[in-house]
Design a protein. Structure first.
Length: 311
């Protein structure tokens, strides 16, 4: 038998099976439940959630002695034609590039067009109600919103859910972002494949940073990305560095830094972005664009050479 499942994710996981339009039966998901894709391959719970995040999916459950043994996806919620809608495979590939043009409307009826948001930092969150990590991080996101009340930063939460479900959810959970309902096409335009996903667009209209999946430091990461995005300037003859000072940039190669940049010290060890900011604030370090043996680009941070006496 083939059944359409509607998932109700609480701290105690369970799923409600719709038998036609009449009977509903609670089937608890346990650590022994097996998840399979459309080809019968065993997949992780996280992948299963990704493939059923939204509507239109069909799942076939297998029961054994009244217990849920496995769940097989017969039809994924992610249509094959939309899993890769652009020349980039995922939002992270958009860093330092212009994102897809978009126009959306929030629950309050406010209209947003990406062209009208130039000069502002735009923070996007792609999520859905039945995604526990998406919900658990909301209090941290609200703290980020509270830090920026001047209108320079726009916070948009693109949900896969419809208006009715979102309004019911928001009656119990405060979320300070502007909520965009039924935003599946919006998510597809960014090729979002995992939830939650955060995209920060800087003042120049380019993607500053991308954060996908569970991130327990999301408040700090978003704040860093927003601050970096606010410091971007459009004057090609000047460059705004991490410390916030404008320096001449006439002949020197431009070095762009964001929280997703690969930064290494002279020993080849990767430097955490927070540590990098601390080092740059001492004004004792300089940056150089480099490539490793495999040809991958990274940023080298090293101490500024001190002139020897007599030089």
């Amino acid at each position: 038998m083939r059944l359409t499942l509607v998932f109700l994710f609480l701290y105690s996981l369970s799923c409600s099976v719709v038998w036609g339009q009449e009977t509903m039966e609670e089937l608890p998901i346990t650590s022994k439940t097996i998840f399979e894709d459309e080809n019968g391959n065993v997949i992780s719970f996280e992948t299963f959630i990704e493939l059923t995040s939204g509507t239109g999916y069909v799942i076939e459950p297998t029961l054994e002695d009244g217990t849920l043994k496995s769940l097989k996806i017969i039809k994924s919620a992610l249509a094959p034609a939309t899993t890769k809608s652009n020349e980039f495979a995922n939002p992270a590939e958009l860093i330092d590039r212009a994102p897809p043009i978009f126009e959306v409307t929030d629950l309050a009826g406010n209209y947003y067009h990406s062209n009208d948001l130039q000069g502002k930092v735009v923070v996007l969150k792609f999520w859905f109600i039945a995604c526990p990590p998406c919900i658990e991080e909301i209090p941290k996101l609200n703290k980020v919103v509270d830090k920026y009340s001047t209108g320079e930063v726009v916070f948009l939460a693109a949900a896969l859910d419809g208006k009715v479900a979102l309004k019911q959810f928001l009656q119990k959970q405060n979320f300070e972002y502007q909520i965009l309902p039924a935003a599946r096409d919006f998510a597809h335009s960014f090729n979002v494949l995992g939830y939650p996903t955060h995209v920060v667009i800087n003042r120049l209209g380019k993607v500053e940073a991308v954060f996908s999946g569970v991130n327990y430091e999301i408040e700090a990461k978003l704040t860093q990305a927003i601050e970096s995005g606010l410091r971007r300037v459009a004057n090609p003859d000047t460059q705004l560095d991490v410390g916030g000072e404008i320096s001449e940039n006439i002949e020197e190669e431009e070095i762009q830094v964001n929280p997703n940049s690969i930064i290494k010290d002279k020993t080849g060890k990767r430097v955490d972005f927070g540590k990098f900011v601390e080092m740059m604030n001492t004004q004792a370090y300089e940056l150089l664009n480099k490539k490793d043996e495999a040809g991958a680009s990274y940023i080298l941070i090293q101490r500024i050479a001190t002139p020897q006496k007599g030089e």
